[in-house]
Design a protein. Structure first.
Length: 221
């Protein structure tokens, strides 16, 4: 009877009856890796308030906007002061230049968006190829009869390399003055004094750990 009840139990929980732990997982939250995103966030109004990683947070953009605004105000003041009758100016050439710039800017924006999507796509494929290489190496090491200690050491180095690549991509998106502190925090998070075999015995422990001696070697690279 109990087996029959288990068979009738749906594999997917009904809407509104999800457990408390599952509700927390279904909340809209930013993934903690560089190759995935939560598409549900793109259909909410919160997308208009998230400027992280966008061009609007670049200081060089606002600096250039200030220079162009100052130049426009200077030209307008000079024209108003030096030209007796600005209404008689022939602005047809300026309008043709403005129309040309609109087309060029739109074309450049299209190229920029296309290159950004392709760059993200190549980044995602690079991560997947790295994970496939790690899995293939694990299979080969086990097939060749390599001792388990050596296999665990190689896999730990592979997982650490994936975390380092992810942290490096995140660090490149930060301002230059914040990268050093971010790199130090990443090394502190990876460094541990425990034996690497502890992570293999505890399923909840992270395999992305390095010893203080390994940190000194990696920091010199």
């Amino acid at each position: 009877m109990a087996a029959t009840d288990e068979e009738k139990k749906p594999l997917l929980a009904e809407e509104g009856k999800v457990g408390e732990g599952e509700e927390e997982q279904q909340q809209l939250q930013e993934p903690d890796d560089s190759m995935s995103y939560d598409a549900r966030k793109l259909v909410t109004f919160g997308v208009f308030l998230d400027f992280s990683g966008t061009v609007w947070k670049k200081a060089s953009l606002w600096r250039m906007m200030g220079i162009l605004l100052l130049m426009s105000l200077s030209v307008s003041v000079a024209v108003a002061c030096l030209v007796k009758d600005p209404a008689n100016l022939e602005v047809g050439k300026f309008q043709s230049i403005s129309g040309f710039l609109k087309v060029v800017v739109g074309l450049l924006l299209g190229f920029f968006l296309s290159s950004s999507v392709q760059r993200w796509f190549h980044c995602t494929n690079g991560f997947l190829e790295l994970f496939d290489a790690i899995r293939g190496m694990q299979m080969q090491l086990n097939a060749l009869g390599v001792p388990s200690e050596r296999v665990q050491l190689c896999l730990r180095y592979c997982i650490v390399s994936a975390h380092c690549l992810n942290d490096d991509l995140k660090g490149d998106s930060l301002p230059a003055k914040e990268r050093a502190a971010y790199a130090k925090d990443c090394w502190d998070r990876l460094t541990t004094t425990n034996d690497s075999s502890v992570a293999w015995k505890n399923p909840k422990a992270s395999l992305a750990t390095i010893t203080p001696e390994e940190r000194k070697v990696l920091s010199k690279q």
